[in-house]
Design a protein around this ligand. Structure first.
Ligand SMILES: O=C(O)CCC(=O)C(=O)O
Ligand SMILES: [Fe+2]
Length: 215
């Protein structure tokens, strides 16, 4: 499998933030969807996390390697269930993704956590920073199924200036370096836009990160 055969040239959205449209082969997309379904099933499967100030996230999530929920990482879920392991497959894919995006191999902290997000037609993600990792290794994001508007902002505020990027199923987005702490979010998805051949209703996003944490 050679992901380089697919997609179009990288687009630099901000320094250190690179969008590679169609980077995942159709076969890898199908394989990832199948695996996401297994991870979602659990134990320690997919759920909508409560927010500290009340309510729940509209996005459903499952964590691998380290369990994340607002706003910290742990090896176990609040009910004591151990988090599912971080799969080598995602570590390998993330390493190839960083090399494709930044033109140099990843030499920093090892990738050891993945958050799998599922968006139904109504789900959104507000502007936030990925700031619970101790490592500043780039965040690697893979999108599957429905397209979305991915709002990529600045490191200072959750407001303008930002760039709205259309992320489609199969796209890769990597943000590191000066963009590692940029605010970003998903104001909307485009229900029904997924490739019908994938058999996925909705949108999946997998972010692979280096926690920089030790037990
Ligand atoms: O769904 C996306 O594209 C972004 C997800 C995200 O920002 C996150 O999981 O922290
Ligand atoms: Fe994020």
């Amino acid at each position: 499998m050679d992901e380089a055969l697919f997609g179009s040239p990288p687009v630099t959205v901000a320094p250190g933030a690179v969008h590679l449209p169609g980077w995942l082969s159709p076969q890898t997309q199908a394989d990832l969807v199948r695996r996401c379904r297994e991870w979602a099933r659990g134990p320690a499967g997919m759920r909508r996390h409560p927010m500290p100030r009340g309510g729940r996230m509209s996005v459903s999530m499952v964590s691998l390697g380290w369990h994340w929920q607002p706003y910290s990482y742990a090896r176990e879920l609040p009910d004591g269930t151990p988090v599912q392991p971080f799969p080598d497959l995602l570590g390998d894919l993330a390493a190839r993704a960083v090399e494709a995006a930044h033109g140099a191999p990843h030499r920093g902290d090892p990738y050891d956590v993945a958050l799998v997000n599922f968006y139904d037609a109504d789900a959104r993600m507000g502007m936030h920073q990925d700031r619970d990792e101790r490592s500043r290794a780039p965040v690697v994001s893979f999108s599957l199924g429905d397209s979305c508007v991915f709002r990529f902002g600045n490191t200072e505020t959750r407001n303008r200036p930002y760039t709205d990027v259309e992320l489609r199923g199969g796209d890769l987005f990597v943000f590191g370096g000066p963009s590692r702490m940029a605010y970003h979010g998903v104001p909307r998805t485009r229900p029904g836009s997924a490739d019908p051949g994938l058999g996925l209703t909705g949108r999946l996003n997998i972010t692979v990160r280096a926690s920089g944490l030790q037990d």
